[in-house]
Design a protein around this ligand. Sequence first.
Ligand code: MN3
Length: 180
Amino acid sequence: MRIHHTKHHAGYAAKMNAAIKKAGLNPKSAKALLREASKYSATLINNAGGYVNHKLFWKSMSPNGGGTPTGEIKELISRDFGSFDAFKEKFGTAAKTHFGSGWAWLVIDDNTLKVVNTDNQDNPIMDTLKPEIKGHPVLCLDVWEHAYYLKYQNRRAEYVDAFWNIVNWENVNKKLAKYK
Ligand code: MN3
């Protein structure tokens, strides 16, 4: 995780900043760039995606996290997936079966929770994506090999299952409150 943060995430930030400078842009935020991804170069959007996605990823986890969801997300998971176990199965399968590099997400779209996948560093707020995978991210899991290979080698499923021990439900509720 330390290498992931200080090397990979830092690399996306540096390359995003270089691409912003090169294009002579003065964006309001990295998310603002992603919302209008269709206007910009692949280099800029790939690195802005890497920067934004990892920011939510770090906040999706906490040493005091894990356990069952609390607060509003608990209610919405029951409403939209039937049960916490059904949601875990859906999100876990999305993370374990995504082919190649990418992300699993829990997003809220039109006041409904959805589990979606994106490729590479795509983020569900990007205007270039199909409507069915768009939404406001509230939780995410990095399934690039760099996220798990040092500790789990090729065993992505073990990495995904361990995620439930550290999910930061408090942050999920904070995100939900923002997008409702
Ligand atoms: Mn990563």
